[in-house]
Design a protein. Structure first.
Length: 471
């Protein structure tokens, strides 16, 4: 990407009234004679004035075109900028350019790219060799490390990495005062807490996983999505009533934004395991009524707007401002996407970047202001499109999820018919639907006589008490 430079004639327009950082950056630019060797100095001085997004094009051009001896100072500057603006701005660069840098943050980004293509050994080698223990990227690197170990079935190492991740994330939370940084570290910590449970589940240690899931606080950003995993863990333990209890929590009004149609698949499968065929059929019928028609409209909507990232950004922005798009399914999907922590980080960073526009507009050196304005708008335009691309990707993923769930539901419906024919299942009108003797509890749980409502201030751990009707 080419920075628009100015001729040396513009030196005459230099204003002594500019701030010190901007003054120094301008001097470095006009003395550079088009060479990127001066860019580390320019970036350093721009950061003194808090111009993180404005500095991005200089960093990217340096990584893209620089040849010869690499300036180590740039690595420290990249770390500072990436910590502020997020890693997405750098992830879009080809790996061959990122590999020029020894920045721990860039190495973390490269490791993420390797993780996505399944090169887990290379991920581990890069993380261990490149990211110091006290670096801001270390907590996030430990989450990636633990996930890589877990996928490779190195469960003991995975749990060790997740525990260290929790420890370092907590230290970061206590260290920083910035609200966004605290939120990011809190989410990272919580994913590491859940990483332990997921590893135990993958290792077939369902009882241990059942207890570990309870270590995640209900106030966590990620707790709603983890309920589904807890429900599956209960299913593998054959504790079907606890599975249904976890799933019924999604009916609480405070969780009505959560989008996961596979919840209904697990609910139907659980009723099947209890041979409650009418309940299973009801779940299938309600699902099709809720999703089938709306899903066709959503697919048509996504095809219409294709890769119009600006549109998807504006749609998300309008939704956050109270304008609800499309049918109920699309509203639910957009609501879920805009509450996702990754979206919130992108969105908040974007609005932080927009604050730099005001600084640039007020600069006394109008020649340099024009250059920086071009740079800043380039960075913000990319960031806006990154937000739009994230929303679009999320909506497409959710649409595919609905489609797959409809296919699975069709198989379940066929199974209901087959079993009803084979067993001549009949449901008595006066059958007893529950018995407290069917409950199972751990020492981290307690019994509450749930009578149909949810607590106003906290969501409980609900458990059904249905008896299996399998013959």
């Amino acid at each position: 990407m080419k920075i628009k430079t100015v001729t040396l004639i513009l030196v005459l327009l230099f204003s002594l009234q500019s701030k010190a950082g901007v003054d120094s950056a301008w001097k470095s630019l006009i003395n550079s004679k088009g060479s990127v060797d001066s860019y580390p100095s320019i970036v350093e001085n721009l950061l003194k004035e808090g111009l993180y997004f404005t500095s991005l094009p200089y960093i990217k051009e340096y990584l893209t075109v620089h040849k010869g001896k690499y300036n180590k100072k740039m690595d420290y500057l990249i770390d500072e900028v990436a910590t502020y603006v997020g890693v997405k701005q750098f992830e879009v660069l080809p790996s061959r350019f990122l590999e020029k840098s020894r920045s721990p943050m860039i190495k973390y980004i490269l490791a993420k790219k390797l993780f996505r293509v399944g090169k887990y050994n290379k991920v581990l080698n890069m993380l261990n060799a490149s990211i110091p223990a006290n670096h801001p990227a270390k907590p996030y690197a430990l989450l990636l490390e633990g996930s890589s170990f877990s996928i490779q079935k190195k469960y003991k190492s995975a749990i060790s990495s997740f525990k260290e991740c929790i420890k370092q994330s907590e230290a970061g939370i206590n260290k920083h005062n910035d609200k966004n940084r605290k939120r990011q570290l809190s989410i990272n910590r919580d994913y590491c807490v859940v990483g332990i449970s997921r590893t135990q589940f993958a290792d077939g240690k369902y009882e241990e996983a059942n207890l570990s899931y309870l270590d995640l606080k209900k106030g966590s950003h990620i707790w709603p999505e983890i309920l589904f995993e807890e429900a599956w863990n209960g299913f593998y333990l054959r504790d079907y009533n606890r599975t249904l209890g976890k799933l019924v929590t999604y009916k609480a009004p405070v969780l009505n934004y959560v989008f996961n149609p596979e919840v209904e698949i697990l609910r139907a499968l659980t009723f099947m395991e209890l041979c409650l065929w009418e309940d299973t059929k009801k779940v299938v019928d309600v699902f099709y009524k809720k999703y089938q028609k709306n899903h066709r409209q959503v697919v048509k909507f996504l095809k219409k707007h294709r890769k119009d990232y600006k549109y998807f950004y504006l749609m998300a922005k309008s939704y956050k401002n109270g304008k609800k798009p499309g049918n109920n399914l699309l509203k639910n999907m957009v609501d879920f996407a805009t509450k996702d922590p990754a979206f919130l980080e992108l969105y908040d960073n974007f609005h932080n970047g927009r604050k730099e526009l005001e600084f640039v507009r007020k600069m006394k050196n109008k020649s340099f202001a024009r250059i920086l304005n071009i740079n800043l708008k380039e960075s913000l335009l990319l960031h806006r499109n990154l937000i739009g691309a994230y929303v679009r990707k999320s909506l497409h993923m959710m649409a595919r999820m609905v489609n797959k769930t409809m296919q699975d539901m069709s198989y379940i419906k066929l199974e209901v018919i087959r079993y009803k024919k084979r067993q001549l299942y009949q449901l008595a009108n006066n059958r007893s639907r529950g018995d407290i003797r069917n409950l199972q509890r751990t020492d981290k749980q307690y019994f509450w006589d749930f009578n149909g409502e949810f607590w106003a201030d906290e969501l409980g751990d609900y458990v059904f008490s249905l008896k299996s009707e399998c013959k």
